[in-house]
Design a protein around this ligand. Structure first.
Ligand code: INI
Length: 154
């Protein structure tokens, strides 16, 4: 029997981060969390590219493009989508979730999901480094693990 598990070392690995500027006062905390996690696990500054996009709807474009470059061991996507007065947020959330799932299912470059979908500003705030932790940090840790798993499956 062989059991394959990804180590949690980011050393020597390249990471791409896509982060949405919409709700920037929250997403910048997700970015800080992701960068902190990558660096604590051995990633160097030079091994990380950060791409800012206007909103979560645009995350899919940048992630797909970065996946096609084949220069990243894993991608980390960060956004905050908060319910508004109209169903708009549901379409944005559905679209980014679908595209990130598609990229993952291609089995080429792992993508992690640091997208907060919240009913209120309070819920979102709790997930960017307060009561419920920092989802950017979690997404970066998953990216490190997936980058290592991808190596093991070669
Ligand atoms: N983008 C977000 O990242 N979060 C949101 O909560 C949000 N809402 O609710 O409108 C949002 N909309 C912008 C969207 O992602 C696009 O940037 C915009 O529609 C331009 O294409």
């Amino acid at each position: 029997m062989r059991i394959l598990e990804g180590h949690l070392s980011a050393e020597g690995k390249h990471f791409g981060i896509v982060v949405s500027r919409f709700n920037e006062f929250l997403t910048k905390n997700l970015l800080d969390g992701a960068l902190d996690c990558l660096k604590r696990h051995g990633a160097s500054d030079e091994s990380i590219d950060v791409v800012w996009v206007p909103g979560s709807f645009e995350i899919g474009f940048a992630a797909r493009k970065m996946a096609s470059l084949k220069k990243y061991h894993a991608l980390i996507c960060l956004g905050v989508i908060i319910r508004g007065a109209t169903p708009h947020f549901e379409y944005v959330a559905g679209q980014v979730t679908r595209i990130l799932g598609q990229i993952n299912s291609e089995g080429i470059v792992p993508v992690t999901y640091g997208i907060i979908i919240a009913d209120s500003l309070e819920q979102a705030t709790e997930r960017v480094g307060t009561k419920m932790g920092n989802k950017g940090w979690n997404a970066a840790l998953s990216a490190i693990e997936m980058a290592n798993i991808n190596d093991l499956l070669k």
